[in-house]
Design a protein around this ligand. Sequence first.
Ligand SMILES: [Zn+2]
Length: 356
Amino acid sequence: MPIAPLYGHESIRRRLRRMIDSGSLPGSILFEGTRGIGKQRLALWLAQVLVCERDEKPCGTCLACRSVLDLRHPDVFWVYPRPRLSDANATADDVIEDLVEASSERLERNGFYPRPSGSEAIFLATTLTIVGKAAMSPAMGRRKIFIVGDAERMVAQEGSDQAANAFLKLLEEPPADTTILLTSSEAGALLPTVRSRVVSIRCAPLADTEMFAFVRDPNAKTALDALALPHGDAERVALARGAPGDLLSVAALSSARAAALKLLEASSTRGAERYATALTHGSAGARGAFSDMLAELNVLLRERAESALSAGDTEGAYAAARAAAAVTEAQARADGNVSPQLTAAVLLDALEGVPA
Ligand SMILES: [Zn+2]
């Protein structure tokens, strides 16, 4: 299954086509705008237009187009924040291998992917790989396209001025057969030296009509149905708020909220039922989901404390505030090696007496 289709950004797409037709497409472009609205997807669309073999570009059916949508076109190199490679002397091959693996995960989710975590970045080895590949001839067609997603995460310096300068030089004057597309939702955090070398195009969130078209598209729908989202089109459009890519984190958030509510409800039960809920929090591999649940639980408890207080229930408000403190403590421990099941079981006691 290829990545979900692109919707919206119509006027930008017309503008880009005009630039291509008149031979005035800049060599380095920055797509900036809110997270999740499809900037990297738009960059992939532009890559498709640039490599398509037919007159009606992008045709979507030629080998080049299909290769871009399957994320395996040899001349379209898509990089984005990744965990630091364990080998300090990682080579271009290591970088490419890591990205191929990550992209096949993105492909499995039809092009939906979670926000990069705090420790993920575009490290120097990746920047050097771009510089190296840009100096080579295209492998399949006549052009090479480099897409750098979340470009504000490019690591500025790791003791190599030379590498940083090589990238800046590439941005400033890419080879005639090379286009570099950066995307950023925090363009203000971009290195000024990078920002000054790209032509910036501001992207807007999708209009509701475009969002409806997206959630109804059969390919997008298959991907969304796998995400534990509400089923109604209108509900999905409302949740996305113009950012189709955000539906993945919305889904993760709503399941975290549901898990938090369940734990809170279990605290007022007794016996087997009470601890059965704690045991549903997996012991391994589910730390991310567990952390999300704790964060939601904290929000939930603060809401309960406030409503108890405004209802004059000081005892209930106190219980909720005390429970929130216990959750905050658990959050600090959750990053360590403590089992989510044990933490959940301990929290059940701390949650007792919180008003419903
Ligand atoms: Zn094509």
